[in-house]
Design a protein around this ligand. Structure first.
Ligand SMILES: NC(=O)c1ccc[n+]([C@@H]2O[C@H](COP(=O)([O-])OP(=O)(O)OC[C@H]3O[C@@H](n4cnc5c(N)ncnc54)[C@H](O)[C@@H]3O)[C@@H](O)[C@H]2O)c1
Ligand SMILES: N[C@@H](CCC=O)C(=O)O
Length: 546
């Protein structure tokens, strides 16, 4: 199915044009609403299909399956996926290794071209991909569009970045030598992705790896394999050679860890939880028999992100920013605000205004495009409900605090605000990854900064303040990878907000930034002495001082 979007971008952008972020779809326009509705209808007709593993371009069907279901209606099957077991690891590595021989020698222009064509195809089918995200992970239309838009951005951005890297030179040419600096691919790598940005993060890590000449085994989340399968098919349509991306949905603990430990896996690009990220870090560090390189790990992990609300700020803007950051996609973002640290002078007013606004949030089936939908799975639902029990002992619940039951049995939890939470309380320290916000009172700005820095994480943070001095102090003292001033702490844009966290939030890889591709390469420096036989006419005349 190809649903074109005549409003936004009728044609793929010129690859020569400077990068610009993909425009968001305006769902208030009747035409876009209609296009989205018909995409939802068409995708609904495709739910429940079977998808195979893709290894070396061949489809492989397994007995064992991963069944992906709609979190809003858990009985609705989105896709049935062949499940890679540990026995598929070697097969996938071999296919990737074979493909590496030619893909690593393919020009940067051709590799970037693949990304640009894929971006163009996704742009043409934007509503269709949004619909898949609505069904598979419960995003509302705007959140789905942001995920699809970010995917296009990653493809367009990394394509251009690869061309830029291909033109790298040494800062100087040493007299009498010809000096080169080349960024070579690493080899075969693992891409292990989470379910919460199942398109953008999965496709972004994959695209970055392959545009540098690497080949990969892609292991998407068990909660979102369908979007990955559709992405790999689209890459094939865009001209992906066999074996460059090998799609292996599988269990993280089994297939994922076997892949990480394999002696031929040269790098692991992972985005997910702290616990799994640290396990990967440890396993990858252990040298396996036959391994002759140090594995590289690119690990982006969880967050416990704070917004500081200063006593002199625009309080309505702060309420709005906290609400959007805490409850956008039900707080299921690593960047989500789960701690509002509010100055004592404005604390009560802030809590009252926030309570009123949160009470207006509509929760329901994302197909209807409501603000918040279900959490991803029964496991997540149970985990968040467990934290709601803890919340009742650690603060005063002023919104939500319970599940919302529906006839379809969706995993809904009411947007929850807990005030008077101590900075060291469990709900103020542990990543809940659901619609639960703790509000913490601070004595003054110093106290607010100390509280903001008191978790093991360091991903995003924001400050609402009208004091230049405090905003500047925040820039020096609020220790997070992505700091936002007088705006929400979610919604990083490719190119503008390179994304990645400090401390236990990860290796600060800065996805969507100018340094990201370097992580997927090894730089080689070549120096050739200029001799009569090796030099060009120009170099010979330079040598002779002409
Ligand atoms: N920092 C970021 O950029 C960022 C972005 C998105 C999500 N996240 C984080 O991701 C988490 C939510 O995603 P999730 O629930 O999918 O995370 P997760 O860690 O449970 O799973 C992530 C991926 O790792 C795989 N996996 C699980 N165990 C493994 C193992 N032992 N070895 C190898 N792979 C294994 C999973 O199958 C999945 O594909 C949250 O903590 C969130 O903060 C971080
Ligand atoms: N990049 C996203 C968060 C990704 C993690 O979940 C944001 O900026 O909100």
């Amino acid at each position: 199915m190809a649903i074109a979007n005549p409003v936004l971008s009728p044609a793929a952008r010129s690859t020569q044009a400077p990068f610009v972020n993909e425009a968001f779809v305006d769902f208030t326009l009747a035409l876009n609403k209609r296009l989205m509705q018909s995409a939802l209808d068409e995708v609904e007709n495709q739910l429940g299909r079977e998808y195979d593993l893709v290894i070396g371009g061949r489809r492989l069907r397994t007995e064992s399956k991963i069944v992906s279901t709609n979190p809003a209606r858990p009985k609705q099957v989105v896709g049935i996926h062949s499940k890679a077991g540990t026995e598929h690891v070697q097969q996938a590595i071999d296919a990737a290794q074979t493909a590496f021989v030619s893909w690593s020698r393919t020009s940067a222009t051709d590799r970037a071209g693949l990304l640009f064509r894929a971006a163009g195809l996704i742009r043409e089918r934007k509503f269709e991909f949004c619909a898949w995200l609505v069904y598979e992970v419960g995003k509302n239309w705007g959140e789905a569009d942001a995920d699809v838009g970010e995917t296009i951005d990653f493809l367009e951005f990394y394509g251009r970045e690869a061309l830029r890297l291909a033109g790298a030179t040494t800062p100087i040419q040493f007299p009498g030598e010809r000096n080169q600096l080349r960024y070579l691919p690493l080899g075969v790598g693992a891409v292990i992705s989470p379910w919460n940005f199942p398109f953008a993060i999965m496709a972004g890590m994959t695209a970055a790896a392959i545009v540098c000449g690497n080949t990969v085994i892609l292991k998407p989340s068990e909660d979102a394999p369908t979007i990955a399968a559709r992405f790999v098919s689209l890459l094939e349509e865009a001209g992906l050679p066999d074996g460059v991306v090998n799609l292996c949905p599988g269990s993280g603990a089994e297939f994922g860890s076997a892949l990480v430990e394999h002696p031929q896996t040269r790098f692991i690009a992972f985005t997910g939880s702290k616990t799994v990220g640290l396990q990967i870090h440890e396993r990858a560090a252990r040298t396996q028999p036959g391994q002759h390189f140090i594995k590289r790990t690119i690990l982006e992990m969880g967050g416990k992100d704070s917004i500081i609300v200063d006593n002199n700020c625009d309080l309505d803007a702060a309420v709005q920013g906290v609400l959007a950051s805490a409850f956008g996609f039900n707080g299921q973002k690593c960047s989500a605000c789960s701690r509002a640290i509010v100055d004592a002078e404005v604390y009560n007013t802030f809590c009252d205004r926030l309570q009123t606004k949160v009470a207006e949030i509509k929760t329901g089936d994302p197909v209807e495009n409501v603000y918040t939908g279900p959490v991803i799975s029964e496991k997540a639902y149970r985990k968040v409900l467990g934290y709601l029990d803890i919340a009742k002992t650690e603060g005063v619940v002023i919104n939500g605090g319970q599940a919302i039951e529906t006839p379809e049995g969706g995993y809904y939890i009411a947007p929850t605000v807990v005030k008077d939470v101590a900075p060291t309380a469990r709900i103020a320290q542990e990543e809940i990854f659901g619609p639960v916000l703790s509000v913490i009172r601070s004595k003054n700005f110093d106290d607010a900064l100390a509280i903001a820095n008191n978790t093991e994480y360091g991903l995003t943070g924001a400050i609402y303040s009208n004091s230049r001095e405090n905003l500047e102090r925040g820039q020096n003292e609020f220790h997070v990878g992505n700091l936002y001033l007088n705006r929400k702490c979610t919604g990083a844009m490719v190119g503008a907000h390179p994304f990645g966290g400090f401390n236990m939030s990860g290796t600060d890889s800065k996805a969507g930034g100018p340094d990201y591709l370097l992580l997927f390469t090894q730089a080689q420096s070549i120096a050739e002495k200029i001799t009569k036989t090796s030099s060009t006419a120009e170099e010979q005349s330079d040598q002779m001082g002409m």
